[in-house]
Design a protein around this ligand. Sequence first.
Ligand SMILES: [Zn+2]
Length: 216
Amino acid sequence: MNVAKNRALLVEELSKNTQCKDIAYKDANLKISWLNQIHSSEVAIIEDNKDIELVQNADAQITRLPNVALAILTADCLPVLISDINGEVVASVHCGWRGLRNNILKNTIEKMQVDTKNLQVWLGPCICPNCYEVGAELRDEFLILSDKFNIAFKESNKDGKFLANLPLIATIQLAQLGVKSIFNSALCTYENKELFYSYRREKITGRICSLIWKMK
Ligand SMILES: [Zn+2]
């Protein structure tokens, strides 16, 4: 697997995809901002070209700049893309269970500095609640925060194991923050072998790239 080659292919795809025709890479100088994702709750704020070049250690990024695509890489974790209805600011977030537990969504949304009622949130493909088996200790990490998360963990048929629902955890947190508009793609990375990479299925695998950007 060649990361540099795949990233070049992505840029090429963005330039010819008909849905992106109006903002072809070469014409609009669309830049991709990558992160060094570390399962943290750190949020990078992309204010100029220097911030893009830094490739910061973070798991979410925000920008108010047009034509800067915020990339998030996942393979079973939940990618979350956020925009406000006025198109002022956009964000992309890598939500594994650690990030969610450490409030990465709250950190990101606070830094977006807009009324949460105006936010639109997309929950991308991730490992689904039928496939994501976890230990009781992971569930406890969330129940310590709030018993609201109880509904995001169902007992599995294996003793002491639970099935975790990442999109539901994210939805509970977003609702707490006052977000009204949430779209869940409800696509499972583990089950859709033809479409997605899955860490649980393949161990050594590529990553799905989710992007969001502001058009001029
Ligand atoms: Zn599944």
